[in-house]
Design a protein around this ligand. Structure first.
Ligand code: GAR
Length: 237
């Protein structure tokens, strides 16, 4: 269901009343990816309106970033619910009250139930700090270091029921040098996250990106399992 997506006929995923793609962004922490969405929406690189930011943690700094930008915020504390399903149902209702075209998980550190994921099928994106399909889950950069990898990175993907396993859209890689540790890598990778995540949302807003079954489709072509390689895109410029 894409109730708010009234750009039918224009081929875009823009809301008819504002002509912008309406986003709801979910966070749990610092919100630097949220900030890149705010900045790209303000400077017009991304034709989007952030309708609300929702956090499962009341002390998430990202809530302050949203308030500073005049964006509505909600806190839904998962510890106040008896089950994952009950939390997800309330979260789903809050999100739908804003009728978004696209839902953005930006450092939202909760596993989502099948019902939730299915409800938002095709309009739910996540960013994960690894070169998926490598290292789903936590501590990704440390795992890349422990494995002796020469690079790490981040992947934007559609969310499906498989944890960090949905079809990849775009991926950026960063070389690992001998003096790197997990926190230096996280910092370097975040800089790339701030570029590739709004880029993927821009493609969605423009109607160039969609989910078809378990495949990401970009400009009518099926994307490879690792998505578009950002570093190659940059080299072509
Ligand atoms: C980002 O590195 C994001 O990729 C990661 O959390 C960080 C959030 O940073 N997400 C996950 O690990 C999800 N599995 P931010 O709050 O500064 O945007």
């Amino acid at each position: 269901m894409q109730a708010a997506s009234t750009g039918i006929g224009t081929g875009t995923n823009a809301n008819a009343s504002t002509n912008k793609c309406k986003l709801v962004i979910l966070i749990s922490g610092g919100g630097s990816n949220l900030q890149s969405f705010i900045d790209n929406s303000i400077n017009g690189t991304l034709n989007a309106e952030i309708a609300a930011v929702i956090s499962n943690k009341a002390d998430a700094y990202g809530l302050q970033r949203a308030s500073n930008a005049g964006i509505a915020t909600d806190v839904i504390d998962h510890t106040e619910f008896d089950s994952r399903e009950a939390f997800d149902e309330t979260l789903k209702q809050h999100i739908e009250s804003y009728a978004p075209d696209l839902v953005i998980l930006a450092g939202f550190m909760r596993i989502l139930s099948s019902d939730f994921v299915q409800h938002f099928h095709g309009r739910l994106l996540n960013i994960h700090p690894s070169l998926l399909p490598k290292y789903p889950g936590l501590n990704t950069h440390q795992r890349a270091l422990d494995a002796g990898d020469s690079e790490t990175g981040a992947t934007v993907h559609f969310v499906t029921e498989e944890l960090d396993g949905g079809p990849a859209i775009i991926q950026a890689s960063v070389s690992i040098s001998t003096d790197d540790d997990a926190s230096s890598l996280a910092e370097k990778v975040l800089q790339h996250e701030h570029v590739i995540y709004p880029e993927a949302a821009r493609w969605f807003a423009e109607g160039r990106l969609k989910l078809d079954g378990n495949h990401a489709i970009f400009d009518n072509e099926k994307l490879p399992v690792t998505g578009i390689q950002f570093n190659q895109l940059e080299n072509q410029k």
